[in-house]
Write a protein that binds this ligand. Sequence first.
Ligand code: HEC
Length: 178
Amino acid sequence: MLPRWIGLAVAASVVTFAATGCERRPPEREAEVQPAAAPEPQLPDTTGAVVWAYLQQVNYRQNWNTWPGKGTLYKGQEPHGALLTTYLNPLAHDALTNKAGKLSAGAIVVKENYAPDSTLAAITIMYKVAGYNAEASDWFWLKTDPNGVVDVQGRVGMCQSCHGAKKDNDYIMTASLK
Ligand code: HEC
C-alpha cells in the first residue's frame, strides 16, 4: 500500500492534468508596443497665461513654420517691433498657403517683436476661438513681455480697431489671405 499522501498527490495531479488539457500552448507573443507619439495638447482657453503655457508646451519656435516668405527678423512697422518673427500653427499655416481667405477656429499666430538691436521686446498673439468674439471675427488678442508676463489680453479694443482696417482679410495685416 502506498502511503496515503502519495495517493492524494497522484489523484490531485490527475485532476489538474485533466483540467488543463495535455497540450501546453506556447505563451502568447506580446503585441509589439509602439512608443505612442506625444499627443497634441488640448487647445488653450482664453486666458493669457494658459495660452502662453500652451505655446511653451508645443514649443512653437521649434515646431511651427514662420510666415511664408518672411523668414526671421523681418522689418516691421509701428506699433509692433522694428524686427519681427511670426509663427503660425499648422492650421493657420495651411489656411495661408491654401489661400483660404479666412482662418478657422484654432488658428494661432504668434508674432515676436524685436528692437532694432534684435532683443526681444514683446510677443503679440492672435488666437481664434469659436464663439469668443462676435465683434472681431472671434479673435482673442494677447500681448506679453518676453517672459510671458501678460500685458493685455482678451477682446482688446486697441488691437482690434487697428487690425479692423483689414476686416475683409480676417483682421490679418501681414499679407492677403486670398
Ligand atoms: C496701430 C495699428 C496696430 C495695432 C494697435 C496693433 N497692431 Fe498688430 N499688426 C499691425 C500691423 C501693421 C501688422 C503687420 C506687421 C507689421 O508690419 O508690423 C500687425 C501684425 C500683427 C500680427 C501678425 C498677424 C497679422 O495680422 O498680420 C499679430 C499676431 C498682431 N499684429 C497682434 C496684435 C495684438 C495682439 C495687438 C494688441 C495688443 C496689436 N496687434 C495691435 C498693426 C497694429
